[in-house]
Design a protein around this ligand. Structure first.
Ligand code: AOS
Ligand code: ZN
Ligand code: ZN
Length: 389
């Protein structure tokens, strides 16, 4: 029996997509970072922009912070500020890649004093999580080497395990650690957490509250990402997604922009693996940078893309798919998936939004509100926040 839109609404309504504070700051490449009028200057202003995305879409109730980019004196007050705007503070992202001491690594560093400093930074992040009520500590490491022989691959892995164990032991009862992997950059020969297997091995050694974070842009071209999604779900270790899209490397472009079909296939595996079930450990986050486009509409577009593909994935006729698979009906099974992928869910989602008091077309509502112009007029003076500040 074909699934109706009505039938998928309860699941759809469970989906929340966390926004990264850094998406609202200026970003760019190593060639140039361009400023945009109205860009936030403070963590408070980044949160206000994230709240605007939630106000218009109802999809983004939390904002992830990056420490120290979003350093403030009083994190509890920052949480209250978010609360007042209708959102909450989410994942705390640690940063051990910009301090000069981390030139040759952080949690894997050969020198115990540097490892101590990197571990202490994570312990501070955990304290901040207590102040903000955040449940997730996300670790992405820039650690790696550029030349064969530069470091001992094995010893670095052992030191990583020890450092992570100390951080994990400091977590509160309701807090989790998610370890992100990335196959290259900024290191080009080897990265210390290059793939899902390494992240899985490391988090499995830690315990039940340690998971893997899958950033969709962190795979070699041609990688079957949905297979990894399936496997991590099967193992109970898929903790979160960093959604974005890529044409070449870690492009951090708008999710669903480069390859909407891949996003659909990923979400199909999420649905099939119970990732959207009640009580699922899977959290959805964006990890994007908007170098040339306006940031608030870019984030609106992004959460709508995720919701749209989730709806299509939920519409897959799973009974028909199972039958076709059982009967080795190769083309029939493929048709079931493609039927759902080609379903235009936009009118139904617009109705759903209108019924909840949200604008049927959030991007248009934003453009017509004149909000961007207002921000450009109001946010003068002071330095615009940038990637890294
Ligand atoms: C880096 O490539 C990772 O994707 C991080 O999750 C994140 O993008 C970084 O910490 C902030 O830009
Ligand atoms: Zn990421
Ligand atoms: Zn990345």
């Amino acid at each position: 029996m074909t699934t109706t839109f009505q039938a998928i609404v309860p699941t759809l309504e469970r989906q929340a997509i966390e926004l990264p504070s850094w998406a609202f700051g200026n970003s760019g490449t190593r060639f140039k970072v361009f400023g945009t009028p109205g860009t936030p200057r403070t963590p408070q202003e980044k949160i206000a922009d994230a709240a605007k995305v939630h106000e218009l879409t109802g999809l983004a109730p939390a904002v992830a912070l990056h420490v120290p980019w979003d350093a403030v004196d009083d994190f509890a007050a920052l949480g209250a500020h978010a609360d007042g705007l209708g959102v909450r503070l989410g994942t705390i992202n640690s940063n051990t890649f910009q301090d000069a001491d981390y030139k040759f690594g952080s949690l894997t560093h050969v020198d115990a004093a540097v490892r101590r400093k990197a571990i202490d930074h994570h312990l501070r992040c955990i304290e901040i999580m207590h102040e903000t009520g955040s449940t997730d500590l996300k670790i992405w490491l820039a650690d790696g080497t550029n030349y064969p022989g530069q470091g001992s691959l094995r010893s670095r892995q052992d030191r990583l395990a020890d450092s992570l164990a100390e951080i994990y032991a400091a977590l509160g009862e309701h807090q989790r650690l998610v370890l992100e992997y990335k196959f290259f950059e900024p290191a080009f020969y080897h990265t210390d957490v290059p793939d899902w297997g390494t992240s899985f091995v490391q988090v499995s050694a830690l315990g039940d509250r340690a998971f893997t974070c899958l950033d969709t842009g962190h795979h070699a071209p041609g990688t079957n990402i949905e297979f990894i999604v399936m496997q991590l779900l099967r193992l109970g270790k898929l903790g979160s997604f960093d959604f974005n899209s890529r044409f070449y490397a870690d492009d951090d472009l708008i999710v669903g922009a480069a390859d909407p079909f891949q996003l659909f296939r990923i979400l199909h595996e999420v649905v099939a693996g119970g990732g959207l079930d009640e009580g699922s450990p899977v959290r959805f986050m964006l990890d994007q940078c908007h170098n040339v486009e306006e940031k608030i509409p870019a984030q609106i577009r992004s959460v709508l893309n995720v919701q749209e593909m989730t709806a299509r994935a939920l519409l897959v006729d799973r009974a028909a798919l199972a039958t076709a698979q059982q009967e080795h009906d190769v083309l029939g099974a493929n048709d079931v998936l493609m039927d759902a992928f080609h379903t235009d869910v936009r009118p139904a989602l617009a109705e759903w939004r209108a019924a909840r008091g949200l604008p049927a077309d959030p991007l248009r509502a934003y453009a017509e509100s004149g909000h961007q112009r207002l921000l450009a007029e109001q946010r003068t003076g002071g330095a615009q926040a940038g990637w890294g500040a």
